[in-house]
Design a protein around this ligand. Structure first.
Ligand code: FAD
Ligand code: FES
Length: 1274
């Protein structure tokens, strides 16, 4: 949080900001508060930290300090915030673990307004006692009150310095950059005229990313933040002059304050700007980004410029040549990022005029995510009617996102105005035709989605039309038309999130109150994560002489390396060495499934992003500069393969391919009533763990010993890989994993390669390697995209008799775990359905994209999409409800899977039935159908989806775990086990296990880290099997110890734990024990097509309902109800956290997250601005999780079940709800039957599939083609 004293108003302002974009020089005179400053576990935890932690809002904890500070900054300004305030404050913070519900619940406790479900008209309200008894998961009464008087004060010395004018320029000199902050307008003008090329840095939100990500160097930066004229506001009878230096938040507040002071017709433009400002970037961005900066940056999809231009705004500009006024119109924007302003000119202020009677201004935008996302298309429109009529006197329409600049639809405007047209459907109809001709995008336009963007230009104009009619009517008090408009367009949804805190399972009354098992214990590190004290890999302090490794990756998809020239890199100051494949002393490859993968490319590269060499330097900055100086010449090899289709055509596969069949599919097709053949395409997914791949390799100094501090799910594999790479035995390498800031499967295999490369860079000094987000996304791959074809045979009553599904994954350039993913895809292809004749085949395609890897669900979230899509198609062919087809085909009674595994589906059916009951499925169906009949442009859709998910590793040997438990003489207990903590709460659960088995409070049990020196040969924390296996190992060790203490206990039954331990020591009883769990001997025989690859199934069902705006493809999840069978949960709050987080990750996978590649195979989506994971705005308005009661599982610890992965797939319920809404829109246009909708169902796909007459116009209008500039990695 940044705090500043404003001498003019004598006020102190506080605002949250993105640390990564804040230049340190800009902060001169400001007070900075970080998460460490507001509270500490050692002194006093701040109420925000406490509440987020105790509400279970911190899992891996990497996002928690950011969440805490956003909320803290809000409370500093608004101690009693509304839910809208909270939603807005958190909108710019991302969390990949929790699904946001618990964070919101923690923050909600500061909110004084009624904020329960009834607020948004959600039925099944918490007040009815159904749900939402938040006291069950955390106890609000225990929270400390928020006392604003106890907050840190603004440093008085900063007030004093701010009050003392310092007219002289402030200068800061860096290694390659000079930063000058002029003290007056004159100085600014002089500087600008002397250095016209130097940028004026205000918020740094445009210049900053260029420096950071594009490596642009500005030798001089001018920072005019002390020039008061840039912040002045002046009102005139015609409007308001706003200082160009004002932050966008300040502009919004100013306009919000002005609106109530004038009649509504005068503030049309103000309100359009307020609307746009509410959705532009995030609050953190708006708090620093300036109005002038936004205008001058001239982004093609700036949200403000179209509105300012349509609203006839103008700029006051100054330079050494004097002052002038410049109208903001179509002539202002010259090219990408260029305006007509001269390089030495400075925008002083922006004039925003009042509107006139009969004048209407609208602002609309459509973005890949509702919040914190640049718009795909954004628009500002203004129309002025002749007095007392709807005859158009003047109109202006501007779009962003339709070319390299903000563009004006001049011809369309002219077509409306020149004929003095009435504003009616006929006029608009003609305007659409002109607009379609006027705003044409070439098929290869940057940004893609050409068809969608063109249709948006039409539909956003249509929205404007609806809004104008509505306002015209309101201003002329005609209520009848108002209600018509209301029905036709629907109203804007409130941002408020009405999530409901789930109920945990209750423990039996007989259970000892000290026994923590089954209770919702807070994540054991939550408080230290919330206070910023938790240590992640890159938090380890720099050691003496430490070096940093920056990686150099291939820029070609398939090429020979002709020359690797590192000479320039070695000249960069601070660079110590460059490591290449030749420097690897031991094995230069790692082998998986029979395929070798080079650690560093030798003579050839097979994807963009493949590691070629690494630059070692004294600092990260120097290493990066060195890496940029490495020159690699390539000779391209012919025909790289990128897509699955290309791989199939060229038979480019990793072997073995897999096939499975039960019954006789070919024969069965002959006896069915109908056969349908379909295809589905599903994109990949980036892990987007908050903590990127991180490692620190420290040489111990003798006998080639190394300590590795690393963020990995599989320390043993990292240890082994490093040992092999260095050609030393494993006993010289110790891996330490304290915790990870998220992993989701991405830190199982990839980390071992990165750690191996880092270890090569180590001579006698420690080397750290922390990937930046863009590098991580480029190098490490993610979830496999899949293309699948299916043929399904079924009877007219809905019974599916036979199905044949072919799956092809895009594995990328190396095999990694791709064949294992294929196997899991095939083993889950039945999902919840008993299809008597079922055949599947799967192949991992070898392509020239970065290698994909394990990702939560390990192929299951892909596999089941094809099954459920097939079922949805069957329902559409038959015209029967999809839930009925699902029910007809579900496993019932004693059942056998297609790989001959016997199981009882009773709990699957119970989840399904309870989900239907909890969601009031049938009444919601009626309500949805009614809504759809009454609304033309908004449609609702709903779906219910089941899951049956196999737990444990199909490779039997991986189902083992070990533990080491020490009891110290003071009675404290140190537990070590093979599982790693990535936020899933394994250490918390294991602590509960040890506490129960040793009959001591959890406070006596400590888990320090996972280390290969304490528990060797561990298996990965994956397959939702971590607690099952490691919990059992710890239980085993603790039981051994407790038994050893038995004679002592018998002698002194009333003694305390500490006294028994002391006595045991004096009686020479060992107080240290190992534990081991030999898990089930699972197997799969692919020849015989049968096996026992899972220990048991976790079941669930999920209902979701969405509302889709068919004009823009925008959707909102109105409600989600999940029922999961997780047996008897060891820790319900941790498990519910897994359910909610996995659901949101699935929601992202199926509806939001889209990887885009260039035609030459470069991943474009390499950061949060291009790749959108779900944010707070995506949480279902009503979000309910229920744990299936009375479920027991003999196969896992204390009758619990693994839950980390299964629920990802339930996010697809939102996809199918969107598909249902699209089907409703299509049927309105007379389209019936199956239709393709690929995953993710992003706004563009949903909008185009809805086939509104605007999208149809674009298609009929021609000039669209396959857009070649981008593709989505299938
Ligand atoms: C994460 C993120 C999300 C964003 N989302 C959106 C969005 O959804 N919609 C949207 O419209 N924008 C968005 N933006 C862009 C943001 O609004 C602009 O970057 C911002 O307004 C620029 O202002 P600034 O003060 O930070 O500019 P700076 O980076 O400080 O400067 C930008 C440029 O403007 C020039 N400049 C600044 N002030 C003046 C002046 N007074 N006179 C002359 N030249 C000047 C500078 O010389 C420089 O070239 C986003 C940016 C980020 C980083
Ligand atoms: S807890 Fe939010 S990213 Fe892990």
């Amino acid at each position: 949080m940044v705090s500043r004293y404003r001498p003019v108003t004598k006020t102190i302002t506080h605002y949250a900001a993105n640390a990564c974009l804040l230049p340190i020089c800009q902060l001169h005179g400001a007070a900075i508060t970080t998460v460490e400053g507001i509270g500490s576990t050692k002194t006093r935890v701040h109420p925000v930290q406490e509440r987020i932690a105790k509400a279970h809002g911190s899992q891996c904890g990497f996002c928690t300090p950011g969440m805490v500070m956003s909320m803290y900054a809000l409370l500093r300004n608004t101690p009693q915030p509304s839910m809208d305030d909270i939603a807005e404050a958190l909108a710019g913070n991302l969390c990949r673990c929790t699904g946001y519900r618990p964070i919101i619940d923690g923050c909600r406790t500061f909110c004084q307004e009624a904020n329960c479900c009834q607020e948004s008209g959600v039925t099944n309200c918490c007040i009815n006692g159904e749900n939402g008894n938040s006291d069950e998961l955390f106890d609000k009464d225990q929270f400390q009150p928020l006392d604003p008087t106890q907050e840190l004060i603004f440093p008085p010395e900063l007030i004093l310095t701010s009050q003392t004018p310092r007219p002289e320029p402030l200068t800061f000199q860096g290694e390659r950059m000079t930063w000058v902050s002029p003290g007056s307008m004159d100085q600014l003008v002089q500087l600008r005229s002397r250095h016209p090329g130097a940028p004026l840095v205000m918020g740094n939100t445009n210049i900053g990313p260029d420096i950071k990500f594009k490596g642009i160097i500005h030798p001089l930066i001018i920072s005019p933040t002390r020039v008061t004229e840039l912040f002045e506001t002046t009102q005139t009878p015609e409007g308001v002059w706003v200082g160009a230096g004002s932050s966008l938040s300040e502009v919004r507040t100013l306009l919000e304050n002005l609106v109530p002071q004038y009649p509504p017709e005068k503030t049309e433009l103000f309100r359009a700007l307020i609307k746009q400002l509410g959705n532009l970037g995030s609050q953190q961005i708006r708090n620093v980004a300036s109005l002038g900066g936004n205008i001058v940056s001239a982004y093609p999809n700036s949200d403000l410029n179209p509105v300012l231009a349509a609203g006839r705004c103008k700029l006051s500009v100054v330079s050494s040549g004097g002052k002038r006024e410049v109208p903001l119109n179509q002539d202002f924007f010259v090219n990408f990022g260029k305006t007509i302003l001269k390089p030495h000119e400075i925008v002083v202020s922006v004039f925003i005029p009042f509107t006139r009677k009969g004048e209407f201004v609208g602002a609309f935008r459509q973005a890949p995510r509702k919040e914190s996302s640049f718009a795909t298309v954004t628009t500002g429109m203004r129309v002025f009617f002749s007095e007392g009529s709807r005859v158009v006197q003047d109109i202006s329409i501007y779009y962003g996102g339709m070319g390299p600049t903000t563009v004006s639809a001049v011809k369309t405007c002219a077509a409306i105005v020149t004929r003095s047209e009435q504003w009616d459907d006929e006029t608009l109809g003609r305007a659409y035709e002109v607009l379609l001709e006027e705003l044409v995008l070439p098929p290869s336009a940057p940004g893609g989605k050409v068809e969608f963007r063109r249709s948006l230009t039409l539909s956003l104009l249509f929205k404007f039309n609806l809004e104008v009619l509505h306002k015209y009517d309101v201003y002329t008090n005609n209520g009848h038309v108002y209600s018509q408009i209301h029905n036709r367009s629907g109203m804007e949804k409130k941002k408020i999130i009405i999530s409901q805190t789930p109920l945990p399972q209750s423990v039996s009354q007989e259970q000892n109150s000290q026994d923590p098992v089954g209770r919702p214990i807070m994540h054991r590190s939550a408080l230290s994560q919330a206070t910023g004290e938790a240590v992640y890999c890159d938090d380890l302090p720099r050691t003496d002489g430490e070096l940093f490794l920056a990686l150099v990756t291939s820029s070609r998809a398939h090429a020979k390396i002709i020359q690797l020239d590192v000479s320039e890199a070695l000249k960069v100051p601070g660079v110590v060495d460059v490591i290449t494949a030749k420097d690897i002393p031991g094995r230069k490859v790692r082998t998986m499934c029979g395929y070798d993968e080079e650690l560093l490319a030798g003579s050839e590269v097979s994807c963009i992003g493949q590691m070629v060499c690494g630059v070692v330097a004294d600092t990260r900055a120097h290493a990066k500069r060195g890496a940029a100086a490495v020159k690699i010449s390539y000779e391209d090899l012919p025909e790289p393969i990128f897509t699955i289709e290309e791989a199939i055509e060229k038979s480019s596969f990793f072997e073995p391919r897999r096939r499975i069949e039960r019954g006789n599919v070919t024969e069965a097709f002959k006896s069915v009533d109908q056969i349908y053949e379909g295809e589905h395409r599903m994109g990949g997914q980036e892990h987007f763990y908050m903590e990127t791949q991180s490692m620190l390799v420290v040489p111990v100094g003798e006998e080639r010993e190394f300590n590795i501090y690393v963020s990995t799910q599989w320390p043993a594999a990292t240890q082994e890989a490093v040992a092999q790479t260095l050609g030393i035995p494993s006993n010289r390498v110790t891996c330490h994993v304290k915790r990870m800031g998220g992993a989701f499967g991405g830190k199982v295999t990839k980390t071992s390669i990165l750690a191996s490369v880092t270890s090569v860079a180590v001579t006698n000094r420690p080397v750290r390697c922390i990937l930046e987000r863009g590098e991580d996304m480029l190098i490490t791959g993610g979830r496999h995209p899949v293309v699948g074809k299916y043929k399904v045979g079924f009877m007219n009553d809905g019974r599916i008799i036979a199905a044949d599904i072919q799956f092809y994954t895009n594995a990328g350039n190396t095999i990694d775990e791709s064949v294992l993913v294929i196997e899991k895809i095939l083993l889950h292809m039945d999902n919840a359905y008993n299809i008597p004749h079922l055949r599947g085949s799967g192949a991992a395609c070898r392509t020239n994209l970065p290698s994909n890897t394990a990702f939560r669900g390990f192929g299951v979230p892909q596999s089941l999409m094809f099954v459920e899509n097939m079922i949805t198609d069957v329902s559409m062919v038959l015209g029967l409800p999809a839930d009925k087809i699902r029910e007809i085909n579900m496993y019932r009674g004693p059942s056998v899977t297609h790989y001959k595994y016997q199981f009882n589906p009773e709990n699957l059916l119970r989840c399904w039935d309870q989900c239907k009951a909890k969601s009031t499925f049938s009444s919601r169906r009626t309500a949805v159908d009614q809504f759809n009949q009454q609304n033309q442009w908004k449609k609702r859709g709903m779906s219910i989806i089941p899951i049956k998910y196999g737990i444990a590793f199909g490779e039997g040997f991986l189902n083992q775990a070990a533990a080491l438990v020490h009891i110290y003489k003071d009675g404290s207990v140190l537990v070590t086990h093979g599982g790693t903590e990535m936020g899933q709460g394994i250490h918390t659960k294991v602590q509960q296990v040890a506490s129960r088995e040793l009959h001591i409070p959890t406070s006596k049990v400590y888990i320090s880290e996972t280390g290969t020196n304490t528990v060797p040969n561990t298996c990965p924390s994956a397959a939702s099997f971590g607690t099952d296996a490691n919990g059992m190992a710890v239980k085993n060790a603790c039981q051994t110890l407790y038994q050893r203490l038995e004679p002592i206990r018998k002698k002194n039954p009333k003694g305390l734990w500490e006294s028994w331990v002391t006595a045991a020591f004096f009686e020479k009883i060992s107080l240290s024990a190992t534990g081991f769990h030999r898990g089930p001997d699972l197997y799969m025989d692919w020849e015989a097509m049968e096996g026992q690859p899972y220990a048991y199934f976790t079941y669930g069902a999920c209902f979701s309902e969405v509302e889709l705006d068919c004009l823009s493809g925008d959707y909102r999840t109105l409600r989600t109800d999940i029922v999961v069978d997780i047996g008897r949960s060891v820790n319900p709050s941790v498990d519910i956290g897994q359910v909610e987080g996995a659901f949101m990750q699935g929601l992202g996978l199926y509806t939001l997250e889209e990887l885009k590649f260039s035609p030459s195979g470069l991943l474009y989506t390499r950061g949060p601005s291009q790749y959108k994971i779900p944010a707070v705005c995506d949480v279902p308005l009503s979000f309910n999780v229920y744990l299936l009661p009375d479920s027991y599982n003999p196969h896992a610890i204390y009758s619990s079940k693994g839950i980390g992965e299964p629920v990802v797939f339930l996010g697809s319920s939102v996809f199918y709800a969107i598909k249902d809404a699209v089907a409703a829109a299509r049927s309105q246009s007379g389209l019936a039957g199956p239709f393709p909708l690929d995953s993710p169902a992003t706004a563009d796909k949903a909008c185009l599939a809805s086939a509104s007459h605007f999208t149809q116009k674009v298609r009929v209008g021609g000039s669209v083609g396959r857009w070649a500039g981008l593709w989505v990695g299938l």
